[in-house]
Ligand binder design. Structure first.
Ligand code: GCO
Length: 451
């Protein structure tokens, strides 16, 4: 008799993988595409490791058919990808570039032909440079330009696509793009960062309205946030306050306006003066009911009081003895903590885990295989905790691995590999890693056996 326990997911659970346009497409100036802020940023010396750019990336713009073939081989039920705004509107607004739309038309048709559900992200950080030249996200007009772009895409794809994500990780676009400056457009100004946060949130609400008004298939609209459990480094009151502040800035600053139509009081006290003008109606637009929330979960944050640290007077610590990847602490219970918290505090109609994954310095073995056992362990342990949240009732409908392919990891360039599929950047050859084979089996069996 087998004593094996099987971790079974709910019937119809949506197993997917995710990518984003700038990280995989390449073809940065083909078929009428305009430059994005990432095209510009990558050309500033010192911004990206080894001077890498997304000019070619994983060449997905040319290899998309092969890539869909790989998705079929893995048995994916869904594929989350983003649309490059500057392919559709090279100038951000104005004339539509039909060739750009056609690329995504072909991709969507092919996915559907194979029964793979497209989850479309409208903004994964590649703002048209032309809009940056007019002030970018700190300029309120960008929110209306985004709604116009969302409407155009929803009219074109909305007869076949039903799952729409307005934004990916507004916290990162706002704070890392405009406060730390490690991401495009590389600005270091707290007012620009909070103006970006507010205008992105506003544009989310405007885009949700535009999608619902223009798509012919009944759309499901959501937004993707990067969320972290925040733990105090010690039980001291100071460190608890530090954790509360981190939680405020990273989590509540985005969750509260979306679900409650207001910014958290403690954050307004700390940063209120950095916010731009909030016009009557803005908070209602931002809190328009959504169909799902997307959670990107990678790691937790351990916080301690740190008077030297700008904005928060709190900083992150990395406790010794814990397990780390090339980028972050590995903390599988955090996926459970995050899902339960979002469910209990915000009660969304449904939840998708829209990203989860790990960078591993993968290499190809002599026999052509990529044995990324560490990634398998990471995914398996996180899925175990996700399963626990689901079995307690959390309405999690699907899970997407970040990422389908190794790709351009922003300021880290090509030095971080997140893929289920290895990409040899010299030849663009793809190899399904052991984790990809493992994930295919999980999808097929709708779960996995616990050894
Ligand atoms: C993000 C982005 C991805 C990253 C991934 C790994 O969540 O930051 O959506 O583009 O590549 O998270 O850092």
């Amino acid at each position: 008799m087998s004593t094996e326990k099987f971790v079974r997911f709910p019937e119809g659970f949506i197993w997917g993988a995710a990518t984003s346009a700038y990280q995989i497409e390449g073809a940065w100036n083909e078929d009428g595409k305009g430059p994005s802020i990432w095209d510009t940023f990558c050309r500033i010396p010192g911004k990206i490791k080894d001077g890498d750019t997304g000019d070619v990336a994983a060449d997905h713009y040319h290899r998309w058919e092969e890539d869909v073939g790989i998705m079929v081989e893995l048995g994916l039920k869904a594929y989350r990808f983003s649309i490059a705004w500057p392919r559709i509107f090279p100038e951000g607004v104005g004339e539509v570039n039909q060739k750009g739309l056609d690329f995504y038309n072909r991709l969507v048709d092919k996915l559907l032909a194979h029964g793979i559900e497209p989850f479309v992200t409208l903004y994964h950080w590649d703002l048209p440079q032309a809009l940056q030249d007019k002030g970018g996200w700190p300029n309120r007009d960008t929110a209306y330009a985004f709604a116009n772009y969302a409407e155009t895409v929803a009219k074109e794809l909305g007869d076949r696509v039903s799952s729409w994500i307005t934004h990916n990780e507004p916290f990162v676009a706002a704070l890392i793009g405009h406060f730390t400056g490690e991401h495009a457009p590389g600005i270091q100004d707290p007012s620009a960062a909070f103006a970006t946060a507010h205008h992105i949130l506003l544009s989310h609400g405007l885009a949700a309205q535009a999608i619902r008004a223009s798509a012919s298939l009944k759309p499901k609209v959501g937004i993707v946030l990067n969320l972290h459990p925040i733990h105090p480094a010690s039980p001291s009151e100071e460190d608890k306050l530090a954790a509360k502040r981190f939680d405020g800035l990273i989590n509540r600053m985005f969750l509260d306006p979306i679900f409650f139509g207001k910014y958290p009081e403690d954050m307004l006290e700390l940063f209120g003066f950095f916010l731009p003008e909030i016009r009557p109606g803005d908070m209602d637009t931002i809190s328009i009911p959504i169909d799902f929330i997307g959670i990107n979960y990678y790691t937790r944050i351990v916080a301690r009081s740190d008077p030297e640290f700008p904005l928060l007077q709190a900083s992150q610590v990395y406790p010794e003895g814990n397990e780390y990847s090339q980028m972050w602490e590995i903390y599988p219970p955090g996926i459970y903590e995050t899902v339960i918290r979002v469910w209990k505090d915000y009660n969304p109609p449904s939840i998708f885990l829209t990203e989860n994954g790990i960078p591993v310095p993968d290499g190809v073995d002599f026999d052509g295989r990529v044995r990324d056992e560490r990634r398998i362990r990471y995914l398996r342990n996180h899925l175990l905790y996700l399963h626990k949240a689901i079995s307690e009732g959390a309405p999690v409908k699907g899970y997407f691995v970040w990422s389908l392919l190794d790709n351009f990891e922003w300021a880290h360039g090509y030095s971080m590999r997140f893929g289920l599929v290895y990409v040899d950047y010299k030849t663009q050859k793809r190899i399904i890693k052991d984790s990809g084979r493992w994930y295919a089996k999980v999808i097929k069996e709708n779960g996995f056996a616990l050894e």
